[in-house]
Structure formats: C-alpha cells, structure tokens
Design a protein around this ligand. Structure first.
Ligand code: HEM
Length: 277
C-alpha cells in the first residue's frame, strides 16, 4: 500500500467508525479518542490529525455521502432533461437520498446520523451548509426553482446594503487591466456591479422583474458573502407573494415623491410607507 492509499484507508475507517458511533450514542456523547479506537487506530489524535475539529469530521461524513447522492441525482436529471412534468423534478430532489440510503443496506448508520444532526440546531447548520457545496447539481436545481423571481430583480436593482465591501489585496492581482498591489485597499461597490451592462445587457438601470437577474452581488461575493441570504430570499418571496395575494388592492396612500427614502444610511430603504387598499 502506498502512503496515499494508507492515508485514504485510515480516513475511511475513521469516517465509518465516527458515523456508526455518532448514530448509536449521539454526536455529543462520543469523543475523538473513542472514534480512533473503534477505527483500530493506536494514535488517539488520529481524528484531529486527519480531519481537524468535530465539526470538520461531521462535514467530511456529510460530504462523502453528498457526493454519492449527487451522482445519482446527476443521472436522474440527465434522464429527465426534457421533462415538463413537475413530479419528475420533485423526484430528482427527493429520490437520490432514498436510493442512496437503500444502497447502504441495513442498519443504515448514515440515516440515523443525519436524523440526529439535522435535529440539533448547532449541527444542522453544518449539514445545510455542506449540501450545496458537495452537490452543485442540487444548487442549480434550487436556483432553478427560485426563478423567475421578482425578488431577485428587486435585490439587484435596489442592492440595499450601500456601504461598499472593503477588501485588502493579499497579493498583487490584476483586475480589468489595472494592477492592485498587495496591501492596497479596495472598495467593492456592489451597487455598481448590479448595474454592470456586461452582466445585465438589457437596460441595467431599469427594474424588469422578468429579467434573469441571477448574477447580482447584493449579498456580496466570495467567502464573506451574506450568510443569511437563503433566509432573506425566502422571507421576501413569502412576504411579497402573500401580501399581494391577500390584499390585491394594496397601493400607495401618497405620491411616490412624498415617500421619505433613506438616502444617506448604510442600508437603503424608506423611513415610512403609507399604504391603503
Ligand atoms: C435583503 C437582505 C440582506 C441583504 C441585502 C444582505 C447583504 C449582505 C452583504 C452585502 C453582506 C456582506 C458580504 C461581503 O462582505 O461580501 C452580508 C453579510 C452578512 N449577512 Fe447579510 N444581507 C441580508 C440579510 C441577512 C440576514 C437575514 C442575515 C441573518 C439571518 C444576514 C447575515 C449576514 C452575515 C452573518 C454576514 C457576514 C458574513 C461574513 O462576513 O462571512 N444577512 N449581508
């Protein structure tokens, strides 16, 4: 066995042992030393050496399975590529997991592990965070479900957070033909990115709720992009959807130019919005 094969076999053994022990005894009740022992590792520090923290270990278990589930989903989506039947697409969302669990046989430690982790508020976030990372097809699928959406265009057009992201270059980089030296500061004006004609060729300064507005940066971009964006999107979709369904006659109770806008704050919006119906 080469060194790489040995490392990979040790990692697999640790993952399998952790998954089983977490499922059997509960994630919080199991320590790294017990996992190392159960995986036949003499070295008590094997878990932290190979994975890092307990959260990293949970993430690694989730990722291993998510990759296998993703392959099933890819296959199903290729089969349904032209389908207009919503049930086919819902099947693509749900069945990859159940098929995967079936292949694992019984007892399915992963099912018990997932049930536990998803029910624990602190650990649940790791799984939610991990799923789209390991499953790009699922992410595409979710994006597809969220479109076409007026909310996306509103976020693009209004941008909302108007103070600019501040970044410092850690090494020399070239952006649009301009060299930025290591240590130099940059202000990322998201609101300008959202009106960039190369990203939104059709009149970016106009609000058009039928536009494909996916490439906007209202939630920032990169490792620090907004962590609350799925919640923010969902809230906006539910609020607008429900509001106009429940009160279809809702309208402004004053002239638009009388609405006091917040023009000099960090976050764009209105001070008040008198309405009638
Ligand atoms: C329409 C609503 C929202 C907008 C437009 C928005 C926008 C942003 C922007 C522009 C950033 C900075 C991204 C960057 O530096 O690249 C950010 C960061 C963040 N947002 Fe939001 N946000 C919204 C709602 C929320 C909600 C509802 C939550 C929490 C429940 C939230 C939590 C966060 C957190 C924790 C960060 C910091 C992420 C980090 O630094 O790694 N946001 N948001």
């Amino acid at each position: 066995m080469t060194r790489d094969e040995q490392v990979s076999a040790t990692r697999e053994a640790l993952l399998a042992a952790a998954e089983r022990l977490f499922a059997e005894r509960g994630v919080h009740a199991v320590g790294n030393r017990q996992i190392s022992e159960a995986a036949g590792q003499g070295n008590n520090a094997a878990v932290s050496y190979h994975f890092g923290t307990k959260a990293d270990l949970i993430r690694a278990i989730a990722r291993k399975h998510a990759e296998q589930i993703e392959r099933i989903r890819e296959r199903m989506m290729a089969d349904f590529a032209d389908s207009t039947d919503l049930r086919d697409w819902v099947a693509c969302l749900v069945r990859p997991l159940t098929e995967h669990l079936e292949t694992l046989g019984s007892p399915t430690w992963y099912a018990r592990f997932t049930a536990q982790v998803m029910a624990d508020p602190a650990l649940n976030a790791i799984m939610v965070d991990e799923a789209p990372t390991a499953a790009p097809v699922l992410q595409l699928f979710r994006d597809g479900l969220a479109r076409p959406s007026a909310v996306e265009e509103l976020l693009r057009y209004l941008n909302i957070v108007h103070n600019g992201r501040l970044r410092v270059a850690t090494e020399d980089i070239e952006v649009a033909g301009q060299t930025v030296r290591a240590g130099e500061g940059l202000i990322m004006a998201n609101e300008m990115g959202n009106r960039d004609p190369s990203a939104f060729p059709d009149n970016p300064d106009e609000l058009d709720i039928r536009r494909d507005a996916r490439r906007y940066v209202a939630f920032g971009f990169g490792v620090h992009q907004c962590m609350g964006q799925p919640l923010a999107r969902m809230e906006l979709q539910v609020v607008y959807g429900t509001l106009y369904r429940r009160i279809p006659t809702l309208k402004l109770a004053t002239e638009l130019d009388q609405v006091p806008f917040k023009v000099n704050g960090l976050v764009y919006g209105v001070h008040e919005l008198p309405v009638t119906w």
